[in-house]
Design a protein around this ligand. Structure first.
Ligand SMILES: Nc1ncnc2c1ncn2[C@@H]1O[C@H](COP(=O)(O)OP(=O)(O)OP(=O)(O)O)[C@@H](O)[C@H]1O
Length: 263
């Protein structure tokens, strides 16, 4: 394994007023540049794990255990970008796309307004948004769900983060659009050398995109290993159950098989 990016030791999280932990003594090492898929049923703690890594837990949550970051804890912007399931989580409905991108870019990079605008347009082109120049002047509601997610990705990567966290980034989208967005994320992660942590219900996506898979169940990490090994030879009965529930897993995945333009 290459150098560690985050060494997580016995990480537990309890939300305010909750009787049970949402994450229970999770230990895991994330390598620099790896693509880690976190899978598990609804409520198993996947988003809690992602939020804890990003320091985005709600106020009053109790977190214990340790996370050792190399070289240091990533901050929003150049440290990490976060893509939420609902692009509404990242987009401000009352500001134009250009204003939002330029603000993020200027907060994190020393660029003039004109340079930031050029970069914003280039980012929109990179996430394959049609007519990026015109898109800068538009507002979030003027785009489809898939396009909004592309814009949210552009915002998340605008400052060139070392880590990208994608929390069910495609599950609100139809299958073909999902595949296109995941392919885009895959390309961006390779191009920019980012570490990727992506949360999904979808074993097929995890199998096609991840180097490693972590399986959560009831707040605990039940299995982790190289993606192929977890898929082909799961150690835990629970992982086998998850796999069995995905009858389509061994059929060809959509990533790499679609062409743009479905949004
Ligand atoms: N803000 C919160 N306050 C209290 N409890 C919460 C909060 N967010 C999540 N929980 C609880 O913590 C547990 C883990 O939730 P989490 O959202 O991490 O699961 P998940 O695996 O991401 O689920 P999903 O796939 O449905 O998003 C669940 O029991 C959930 O109800």
């Amino acid at each position: 394994m290459s150098a560690p990016f985050a060494q997580i030791e016995a990480l537990s999280v309890r939300y305010p007023g909750a009787t049970r932990p949402a994450l229970d003594r999770l230990s895991l090492t994330i390598a620099q540049g790896e693509r880690l898929a976190v899978i598990g049923e609804s409520g198993s703690g996947k988003s809690t794990f992602a939020r804890a890594l990003a320091g985005l837990l709600p106020q009053g949550s109790r977190q214990s255990g340790e996370i050792h970051w190399t070289p240091e804890r990533p901050r929003p912007g150049a440290g990490y970008g976060y893509v939420f399931q609902d692009p509404g989580g990242s987009l401000n409905p009352v500001l134009s796309i250009g204003t939002q991108l330029v603000e993020v870019i200027r907060t994190h990079l020393r660029l003039s307004r004109a340079e930031a605008r050029d970069r914003a347009e280039a980012l929109l082109a990179r996430v394959q948004l049609p007519d990026p120049q015109a898109a800068l002047a538009r507002y979030p509601h003027q785009f489809s769900g898939g396009q909004r997610q592309r814009i949210a990705i552009a915002l998340a990567i605008a400052a060139g983060p070392a880590l990208l966290i994608a929390d069910e980034a495609t599950s609100a989208l139809d299958m073909l659009v999902q595949a296109e967005i995941m392919r885009l994320l895959d390309d961006l992660v390779r191009e920019m050398g980012m570490t990727l942590i992506f949360i999904t219900h979808d074993m097929a996506l995890a199998a096609s995109l991840a180097d490693r898979i972590a399986v959560l169940r009831d707040a605990r990490l039940v299995e982790t290993g190289p993606a192929r090994q977890v898929i082909d030879a799961p150690r835990e009965p629970y992982t086998r159950e998850l796999l069995a529930a995905h009858v389509d897993l061994r059929s060809p995945v959509l990533i790499g098989q679609t062409s743009g333009g479905r949004e």
